[in-house]
Write a protein that binds this ligand. Structure first.
Ligand SMILES: Nc1ncnc2c1ncn2[C@@H]1O[C@H](COP(=O)(O)OP(=O)(O)OP(=O)(O)O)[C@@H](O)[C@H]1O
Length: 545
């Protein structure tokens, strides 16, 4: 590149011309250097600018590329934005629509659930009715009145006097409804619904009665009687001992566990009364004054039901409540007499449990009553010439046990008249013995040789109670065999007499008229097949008077 700098200087003088010529030369050199320097700098700047320009171009190309690639994304974003904008604008309408649809769906589901519920309720009611019918049918087949026998074990103190006990009483290993009794050289056969040998436990006994117990939850009235002479084990079977309770306590515990299981649908109330009947007088064992006499009256509500004005009733809600009620009953029973053991042998003790249920879903109500009765000793005191108060006691016991036998006889024979009013006991239990109620007679037998004649009487009473229904059903074909040999099991005829408590000799002629004859070959099936399963457990409720 050339320099075009304008230089106009005046002509120098000769002296000066030499110096100036050098200076000019120097200047020109410097200018030449500067010119070159300028050109070099310009060239470098040009080269730098060119490379920077190139880099900028390259960047620009990259940015262009990026822009090109971002364009579709931008378009998509724009689209999305527009769509979202539209959605946001439409949202209130969509929300309204969705809410309306959801409401319709919920209404539909509710109506579906409601109709399913109605259907289930209908089926539930039908099943309940069916269950009740089946239960009734089962009970009808088994007989509304059943008779069990329990032989108590020989105690330690009795071991010496009971050496012959084992040979006198024997059991059938193939049939748990039969008991053999060797008496005066003859082998008598007693066929009942179930026989418990001495080794039977409280639990085994309860297992056989628990279906009766639970049927009161379904509204049935049930009576369980312990019958037998003094010391034969009635109280042991019904009350038991503290660490091995009997039917009373086990029944209440089972009822608690059963109603607790049904709790979501059913609301149950279990209430308890305790009554003693001594010399035909009714006493309230849970009342403030147990020596007050109670009366049985017709309910003024016109229902035709009997009721006992002033009878205390406790609502029990837990096993602890049960214990407190039993303690109170025992205490009141003990305070009302001088010798509790003697007194309890001569009075009937009744534990009356009422189970009332309400099903809030169906509106159904049920009420069942379970009467657990420890009867007075059935021995024939009158025969031994008792006098005074003992005679009166014996007469009262005889009267009520005879009345009970007559009532059961009339019920099983389906007589048009049932003599409930002949004793306080049967009158009080009238509602629970009548209709489709269920009764179990647990006949207690002592294994001691000294008690043999009373054992025979008790078993004959048991046989009589049981045979009435047998004679009314298909058992009329049954026959019995007699033999006077004692070497092999032979059978004495079983006469149908009144309860063995009656002091006067009993009318044997009724045996043949009822036609109850027995044979060891026509026994009912083993009752082990009839057992139903249920377990004990506890509930938690509150004690109220
Ligand atoms: N199955 C049994 N196992 C063990 N001991 C028993 C059994 N049955 C009865 N006993 C005992 O035999 C005795 C008499 O029984 P219990 O008092 O129950 O007779 P009871 O028939 O109720 O007499 P009472 O008429 O005097 O009330 C008691 O000591 C009792 O503990």
């Amino acid at each position: 590149m050339s320099s075009d700098l304008p230089l106009s200087l005046p002509p120098p003088d000769p002296g000066v011309r030499g110096r100036d010529g050098r200076a000019q030369g120097q200047l020109e050199v410097e200018m030449q250097n500067l010119e070159e320097e300028k050109n070099r700098v310009i060239k470098e700047a040009f080269i730098r600018a060119e490379s920077e320009m190139k880099a900028v171009h390259e960047n620009l190309a990259g940015v262009r590329m990026n822009l090109l690639s971002l364009q579709p994304a931008l378009r998509t974003l724009t689209c999305d934005y527009n769509s979202l904008k539209r959605q946001v604008q439409d949202f209130p309408f969509m929300l309204d629509k969705a809410i309306t649809e959801a409401k319709q769906e919920i209404c539909q589901v509710i109506s579906d659930v409601s109709s399913t519920n109605q259907e289930l309720l209908r089926k539930y009611k039908r099943e309940m009715n069916l269950r009740k019918k089946c239960h009734n049918e089962l009970v009808r087949l088994k007989g509304n009145i059943r008779v069990f026998c329990r032989v108590r074990p020989v105690s330690q103190e009795e071991q010496d006097s009971a050496a012959d006990a084992k040979t006198m009483l024997s059991f059938d290993s193939d049939d748990d409804a039969v008991l053999y009794l060797a008496n005066k050289g003859k082998m008598m056969t007693f066929e009942l619904d179930k026989v418990f040998p001495p080794q039977a436990t409280q639990q085994e006994v309860f297992q056989e009665v628990q279906s009766l117990v639970t049927s009161c939850i379904d509204g049935f009235n049930v009576c369980i009687f312990a019958y037998g002479q003094t010391g034969s084990g009635k109280t042991y079977t019904m009350e038991g001992i503290p660490d091995n309770p009997g039917i009373n306590q086990r029944a209440l515990r089972l009822l608690f566990s059963e109603v607790t299981e049904k709790a979501p649908d059913w609301d149950y109330k279990i209430s308890v009364s305790m009554v003693e009947i001594y010399n035909e007088t009714l006493r309230n064992l849970l009342g403030d004054n147990p020596s007050d006499k109670l009366d049985i009256k017709m309910n003024p509500d016109g229902s035709g039901q009997l009721y006992v004005p002033g009878l205390s009733e406790f609502t029990v809600q837990s096993p602890e409540d049960i214990n407190r009620v039993f303690e109170l009953g025992h205490m009141n029973r003990a305070t009302a007499c001088t010798n509790l053991n003697e007194h309890s042998s001569r009075s009937h003790a009744l534990l009356i449990i009422t189970v009332s249920g309400f099903n809030s879903a169906t509106g159904n109500r049920t009420q069942g009553k379970l009467n657990l009765v420890d009867l007075a000793g059935s021995e024939r005191i009158g025969k031994s010439g008792a006098e005074g108060s003992r005679l009166r006691e014996a007469q009262c016991i005889n009267k009520s046990l005879s009345a009970l036998g007559d009532v059961i006889n009339a019920l099983r024979g389906k007589h048009s008249h049932v003599p409930f009013r002949n004793s306080r006991l049967t009158y009080l239990l009238q509602d629970s013995l009548n209709g489709d109620s269920k009764t179990l007679m647990m006949v207690q037998v002592s294994p001691l040789p000294g008690n043999m004649s009373e054992s025979v009487c008790s078993l004959k009473f048991a046989q009589r109670v049981r045979s009435v229904e047998l004679s009314a059903s298909s058992s009329s074909s049954r026959r019995h065999e007699n033999s006077s040999t004692s070497s092999s099991p032979t059978h004495d005829s079983i006469e149908l007499d009144s309860p063995p408590v009656t002091p006067a000799p009993l009318p044997l002629s009724r045996a043949s008229s009822a036609g109850s004859t027995l044979s060891s070959t026509s026994r009912t099936p083993s009752s082990s097949r009839r057992r139903s399963q249920s377990q004990l457990s506890t509930g938690r409720l509150k004690l109220t008077a």
